[in-house]
Design a binder for this molecule. Structure first.
Ligand SMILES: [Zn+2]
Length: 342
């Protein structure tokens, strides 16, 4: 038998991806299936179990043993208790004993993480963040996720189930409504949902009356990739949405750089493919909103691992939990749990 491998997963509202990853982060195999978000928790978990078993069968053919499963999931994650507290993509899994059920079905130790933290660990190990001790990560997808890496480690805060939630920092109290219920969050400016809502608003106010984006919106098939393509082809209204996205990101990153005394950020997620459309306004905004840092000192990097980052990161974090079960953050988490409520 060759060395152990760990399964790493990225569980999103659209797809569930499971990979087989070596201890050094080398990705041996990955599989992807559609997530049926309308299905109940039991259906979602049963599909996930089948997918994991298929990957374990691939591992057996490669003569690899699988030592653990790590999953990155969007939302508020009780990684120590093994449950999802809240997930915007998978509401049916809230409070479901995910780790317990998967662990029993697969006969493996299972660990869950926030997906942006998994992204951060992947980029930290092998991607754009390697060799940079302190940085923040932002993942631009359906929503906006985030992570904080300090001294080469993920910052867990008080282990309340979230940290680095830049997506829900209010950057304009009069801005568009966010899925979380607040107004003007970063997510309401800088996600694929924000881009699509931007097209909806342009149609509602009569500025966008025809063309491919108008048609796609009416047909219910509009995607952020399509908005990017139109912007790249010179559509001024589409380009304006990416300008707003860059402005919002620059403002948010400037605040974090000032607060943390750091100067590196890594941006990933599907919407980061529209880099050409937002990086210039992002840098202008970052410069304009930085009082402590000169513009040329700030470094904003694009993901190097793309959609592999969260797979590699969640596998690595699971392997870490396996080898160091009592981490400092765990101890802090345990102490917090025992504290009387204020
Ligand atoms: Zn929000």
């Amino acid at each position: 038998m060759k060395s152990d491998a760990v399964m790493g997963g990225d569980i999103g509202g659209t797809h569930m991806r499971i990979a087989l990853v070596e201890a050094n982060g080398n990705l041996l195999h990955s599989s992807k299936t559609a997530t049926d978000v309308r299905a109940g928790a039991v259906d979602v978990v049963n599909r996930l179990i089948l997918q994991c078993r298929e990957v374990m069968a691939v591992a057996a053919r490669m003569k690899r043993s699988v030592s653990a499963l790590g999953l990155g999931i969007a939302g508020k994650i009780d990684r120590l208790g093994g449950t999802i507290l809240f997930s915007p993509n998978l509401p049916s899994l809230a409070r479901y004993p995910l780790v317990e059920v998967l662990g029993a079905a697969l006969a493996l130790p299972v660990f869950i993480e926030n997906d942006a933290d998994s992204f951060g660990m992947g980029e930290n190990l092998l991607g754009a963040g390697r060799g940079i001790p302190n940085w923040i990560g932002l993942t631009l997808g359906t929503g906006v996720g985030g992570c904080i890496v300090l001294g080469g480690h993920l910052w867990r805060g008080d282990d309340l189930g979230y940290s680095g939630e830049f997506g829900h920092m209010v950057i304009d109290p009069n801005g568009p409504e966010c899925a979380c219920g607040l107004k003007g969050c970063l997510e309401a400016h800088a996600s694929s949902s924000a881009l699509k809502n931007g097209i909806r608003e342009l149609i509602a106010c009569g500025e966008l009356r025809n063309g491919p984006l108008h048609e796609a919106w009416i047909a219910g098939s509009l995607t952020s990739e399509q908005i990017h393509r139109q912007a790249a082809q010179g559509d001024i209204l589409a380009a304006r949405l990416f300008h707003r996205l860059g402005w919002a990101l620059g403002l948010a990153i400037a605040g974090q750089f000032s607060a943390l005394g750091i100067r590196h950020a890594v941006i990933g997620g599907g919407v980061s493919n529209a880099w050409d459309q937002f990086i210039t306004p992002l840098k202008q905004s970052l410069n304009a909103h930085s009082s402590m840092l000169r513009g040329e000192e700030a470094v904003v990097l694009r993901t190097e691992l793309g959609d592999k980052a969260a797979l590699i990161g969640s596998a690595y974090l699971a392997g870490l939990q396996l080898s160091q079960p009592v981490m400092e953050t765990n101890r802090i988490g345990t102490i917090l749990r025992k504290s009387p409520q204020p």
